[in-house]
Design a protein around this ligand. Structure first.
Ligand SMILES: Nc1ncnc2c1ncn2[C@@H]1O[C@H](COP(=O)(O)OP(=O)(O)OP(=O)(O)O)[C@@H](O)[C@H]1O
Ligand SMILES: [Mg+2]
Length: 1021
């Protein structure tokens, strides 16, 4: 803490204090001031300042001049007689006020108690201090300070904040909620506060903690991430959810608070966004020790009027004793007398003055302060002969005092001259904070003129205060101002006619528009707000789309949907064609956001609405896009509707003369039919030729989902290497609304290829990593559980497979359950077959057949992704069960059915298994010619493709066949090859992996092992 005159520069918390008031300064202006203060008493050249504060960018030296000017205004320095900053022409600047260092933690130290004119708040102050003590002991504290406008919430919290800042080690930061657009910006106050923490002198520790504990937050501050780290960071947070983001910031704050206690202040929570409420809720409920205190202010009436969920949250926290509420009351008359005594230390004021002010203000401090200020301005109170006195009798003052605060503020405003009024009106339209730059345009006046006028008002302490110069993203600099109180802004804004209001909003929006660019999405919601208030609905909707993207970037999909829904309302006010175009865009985005949340039915409905709206308006491109999006959610909940939608997309595309789009749609449509409906040769051909055509056309823009569909088709045709490459490339590198599902889809495809290739250990690794990732991100690991069940089936761990599926079915999941239901039935079916084999229990076979038939029955098991693969597996199972029970006729019937279906597909794994079953039935029928014929067909496939799971089974059957035929050498060679395939599968697991062991000791495998193989196994183990 550095002291100069009545100011204190608080570097640790990035703020300047005068008395107990924070003097608002923009971050860069603060840095300039700090540099000068830290090097006070000597010349600081322009070059030195540039080097120190803008090390990596070129900055026009004129900028420094502007900053110095701004700081001087804030300090109240006079141009001709400076007492703080002296300009040494052509050389630089020197801080000339005496500076002292000040460190104290001793509350007894008289300088600890800064001169304060806050009265009547001893109760709340001691409540805050008691809470702070608890926080310092590691008991987190959440405090709500409630009260009507102007009751003194900010004053109380400022004074407490300022006291806490005295404790050298405490980190403090504030976050402001903003009326209008702020509620649409997720985590607005937290990001605000975090921004301050990352600019503190010890920001290194903060940034490191964010990198370690909260990458989803670090990425919100692109300037803190080195370009070479960016991609890794994006990968790290892929698939992250709101839950993860909330958890991460809690952990980061807790970790930081173990180094130094943290005091966070969130102001004006009645305008809060829902994401910040989630965060507060989580912060309050966590039980970990944390030296953390969060103080939130809010106005109860505004909270109720805006129907804010803050109310519910607060009640719930109160119910569970997780927060403390301090309700500020109006000031009693003695407090007002005390206020007069501190404001006018040496005075001979009549005792009735306090009563007069009390009667008019009814104890509202803002009103009280305004009355006093007004009396000084109009000369009712003057300072002469070293004392304050009234110039008129009380009775004559009394009737002139306005009846309400609103009237008071209006009276003050009316006393200003016309140009001042015009500037303040424009400022009130921009908001609580406004910049000379933005309103200059609205008023068609020069910035300099506006700045002079505002500085003059600020110097007279009227209505606004200067908050320093700010550099705008477009390189310009301009002075910024703040209303002394939000009620001043509201009072001025209310006076404007609606026409003028709208014009000013529009002009400000147009001006702000020049600030928005690719890296500047954060102004989008502000621009949207001004356009909407200016009745420019088309532009407003467009900027809301950008704001929604912004929310999606913060993983706040629910907020994103709210923003979009608001945009949707605006589209109805836009001229037909443009309105329809925007409406479809918004609806499609809503579909994406629901999709990211796993709400598939809502997602599909939004896409469907987008498609139909686009269809009505004849917007073919948008229609095709929405129709093809439908297949994503419908793929999970109702594949037939997805297939129908994509079929319609192809139809529409045919009328568009766009060969590239047509090829894309045909590839997608054929691919979807293959994966979600049934395998048809003709669709495989269409899919392939469309893909080739896309290549020829040099296509670069095919969406990842389309490519993943194609890659799945490749995998199912045995082109595993090509498929794996496509899946690898399909893993998204940027986190967007659809990234989570794209990522899942790519991993899903990858595991299918690997399962077919027998690389089961690799699949297990993906399953485990995926589950860990899902847990970290807070999303449902459904896909990884499905894959584990499938994997266990291939290692012949049917019990384990069924257990995994049944566990999925017992937990509540938003994802469709056909797949785990199916796998569970098949796994239980095979368990029954195995029991039937060992226990010679005929009832088991019947049970198995019943389970398999449930899978095959479309009534019991509706369609799902690759359902046909599982229905075929079930048919193979039925055939197996009949074969085991000795009913060769039925076994043969089902096996033929399976062979027929397998030959319709292009899947080498299924085809090899089909020939293997044919061989066994032929053996049972002692039809040796047929058996050899079939086994050759199977062998031919397993030789050509890398399919060891089918491979070991075909070779094992060949071994048995040749043994029966007494061709022992031939038989032995197949047994060896069966073993080789088995080891290929087993060795894909790491040593000691239980699944490897259980696979090798499963009965069908054990039967294949000769003593030699047993020896190898023992040596391996
Ligand atoms: N306890 C107090 N003693 C003296 N003056 C006070 C006190 N509380 C508030 N004031 C005066 O009232 C003005 C308004 O108070 P403040 O801004 O703290 O209100 P608020 O409750 O934060 O209002 P809002 O809900 O609008 O944010 C202050 O600028 C100050 O001049
Ligand atoms: Mg306030």
């Amino acid at each position: 803490m550095r002291l100069f005159r009545s100011f204190r520069l608080d570097s640790a918390n990035q703020c300047l204090w005068r008395g107990e008031h924070r003097v608002p300064l923009t971050p860069k202006a603060f840095d300039v001031l700090r540099y000068l203060v830290e090097h006070s008493g000597r010349l600081v050249t322009q070059d030195e300042l540039l080097e120190a504060l803008w090390p990596e960018t070129y900055v026009n030296p004129e900028l420094i001049k502007k900053y110095i000017l701004g700081i001087r205004k804030v300090l109240g320095d006079q141009h001709d007689k400076p007492v703080y900053i002296e300009t040494l022409p052509k050389r630089g600047y020197q801080f000339i006020a005496p500076v002292t260092d000040h460190v104290t933690e001793d509350p007894q130290d008289p300088s600890y108690d800064v001169i304060s004119n806050m009265v009547g708040r001893s109760g709340p102050v001691s409540e805050l201090q008691a809470a702070f003590k608890k926080a310092l002991r590691g008991q987190r504290q959440i405090i709500f300070v409630a009260g009507e406008p102007g009751i003194g919430k900010t004053t109380l919290v400022d004074s407490f904040h300022q006291r806490a800042s005295h404790e050298a080690k405490v980190r403090t930061a504030r976050g402001q909620c903003v009326e209008g657009f702020g509620g649409k910006e997720p985590y607005y106050p937290m990001l605000d506060a975090l921004g301050q923490l990352t600019r503190n002198p010890d920001s290194g520790a903060v940034v490191q903690t964010l990198a370690r504990r909260a990458p989803t937050w670090l990425i919100q501050f692109p300037s803190l991430v080195k370009p070479e780290q960016r991609e890794a960071l994006h990968r790290e947070i892929l698939g992250a959810t709101r839950e993860r983001m909330v958890r991460e910031i809690c952990e980061a704050l807790e970790s930081l608070s173990s180094e130094a206690p943290i005091l966070l202040v969130f102001e004006d929570l009645h305008w809060v966004d829902p994401s910040t409420l989630d965060l507060i809720s989580a912060l309050a409920r966590r039980r970990e020790e944390a030296k953390l205190m969060l103080v939130c202010t809010y106005r109860p009436v505004d909270m109720i009027l805006s129907n804010s969920p803050l109310k519910g949250l607060k009640q719930d926290l109160q119910l569970h004793n997780l927060c403390v509420e301090i309700a500020l009351e109006r000031l009693p008359e003695p407090a007002i007398a005390e206020y007069l005594a501190t404001e006018f230390p040496k005075a001979s004021l009549p005792p009735g003055l306090a009563n007069l002010i009390y009667r008019h203000s009814e104890g509202n401090p803002l009103f009280m302060a305004a009355i006093v200020q007004d009396m000084m301005k109009n000369g009712s109170i003057v300072h002469d002969d070293e004392e304050w006195r009234l110039t008129r009798p009380l009775e004559t003052i009394d009737p002139g005092v306005p009846q309400s605060l609103q009237q008071m503020l209006e009276v003050q405003f009316e006393r200003l001259n016309a140009p001042e009024q015009r500037v303040l009106e424009a400022g009130s339209v921009e908001g609580e904070h406004f910049s000379a730059w933005a309103i200059a345009n609205a008023l068609a006046e020069k910035i300099d003129h506006i700045e002079d006028l505002c500085d003059e008002l600020a110097a007279r302490q009227q209505v606004i205060k200067a908050i320093g110069i700010q550099e705008l993203p477009n390189g310009l600099v301009a002075a910024h101002y703040e209303f002394r109180h939000s009620l001043y802004r509201q009072a001025i804004y209310k006076r404007l006619s609606s026409g003028r209001r709208a014009r000013l909003h529009r002009a400000i929006a147009e001006r702000l528009k020049t600030l928005s660019g690719p890296g500047r999405r954060d102004v989008a919601s502000k621009i949207a707000f001004h356009f909407e208030s200016g009745h420019e609905y088309e532009q407003a909707a467009r900027y809301l789309l950008l704001a929604a993207e912004n929310a999606a970037g913060r993983l706040a999909y629910r907020d994103c949907i709210q923003v979009l829904q608001h945009a949707l309302k605006l589209t109805s006010k836009i001229e037909a064609y443009l309105g329809a175009e925007l409406e479809t865009q918004v609806l499609e985005f809503i579909g994406d956001a629901h999709y990211a949340l796993g709400a598939m039915a809502e997602s599909a409905a939004a896409y469907e609405a987008a498609a139909s709206r686009a269809g009505q308006a004849g917007l073919k491109g948008a229609q095709v896009s929405a129709l093809s999006s439908m297949v994503r959610p419908f793929g999970l909940i109702d594949p037939d509707r997805g297939i129908a939608a994509i079929g319609r997309a192809v139809e529409v595309t045919r009328s568009m003369q766009d060969p590239l789009l047509l090829a894309r749609m045909e590839m997608l449509a054929a691919g979807c039919r293959l994966l979600y409906d049934s395998w048809r040769e003709q669709d495989a051909v269409v899919c392939q030729s469309a893909h080739n055509q896309l290549k020829e056309l040099g296509d670069k823009g095919t969406p990842p989902f389309h490519k993943m569909i194609y890659a799945h088709v490749q995998a199912l045709q045995g082109n595993y290497i090509e498929a794996l490459e496509l899946f690898e490339r399909g893993i998204p590198t940027l986190n967007q609304a659809t990234s989570l599902m794209e990522h899942f889809f790519a991993l899903s495809g990858k595991t299918i290829a690997l399962l077919r290739m027998g690389r089961l250990g690799y699949v297990l690794q993906i399953v485990r990593d995926g589950r860990e990732m899902a847990e970290k991100n807070g999303n449902d690991p459904w896909l990884f559980n499905f894959r584990e069940a499938w994997l266990r089936m291939l290692t012949l761990d049917f019990e384990g497979s069924a257990r995994v599926c049944e566990a999925i079915l017992q937990t509540e999941t938003a994802y469709p359950v056909s797949q785990p239901q199916t796998i569970a039935r098949i796994a239980r079916g095979y368990t029954a077959i195995a029991k039937g084999f060992t226990e010679l229990d005929k009832g088991q076979n019947d049970r198995a057949i019943e389970l398999f038939n449930q899978v095959r029955d479309p009534q019991t098991t509706p369609k799902f992704f690759l359902h046909w693969n599982w229905r075929m597996t079930a048919q193979l199972g039925v055939s197996e069960a009949w074969l085991q029970s000795g009913n060769l006729e039925k076994a043969s019937f089902e096996a033929d059915g399976f062979l027929h279906a397998a030959l319709e597909t292009a899947d080498p794994h299924l085809q090899a298994l089909a020939w293997e079953m044919q061989t066994r039935i032929a053996i049972a029928n002692e039809d040796w010619g047929r058996a050899e014929d079939c086994v050759h067909k199977g062998l031919e496939i397993v030789d050509r493709f890398e399919v060891p799971v089918a491979g070991w089974q075909v070779h094992a059957t060949a071994w048995r066949l040749y043994q029966s035929r007494q061709q022992y050498a031939e038989a032995e060679s197949h047994r060896e090859r069966a073993q080789a395939d088995i080891f290929k599968i087993a060795d894909s697991f790491p040593k000691g992996e239980p699944l490897r062991e259980s696979f090798l000791s499963a009965a069908p495998i054990a039967r294949i092992f000769s003593p030699s193989a047993e020896r190898r196994r023992a040596a391996d183990g």
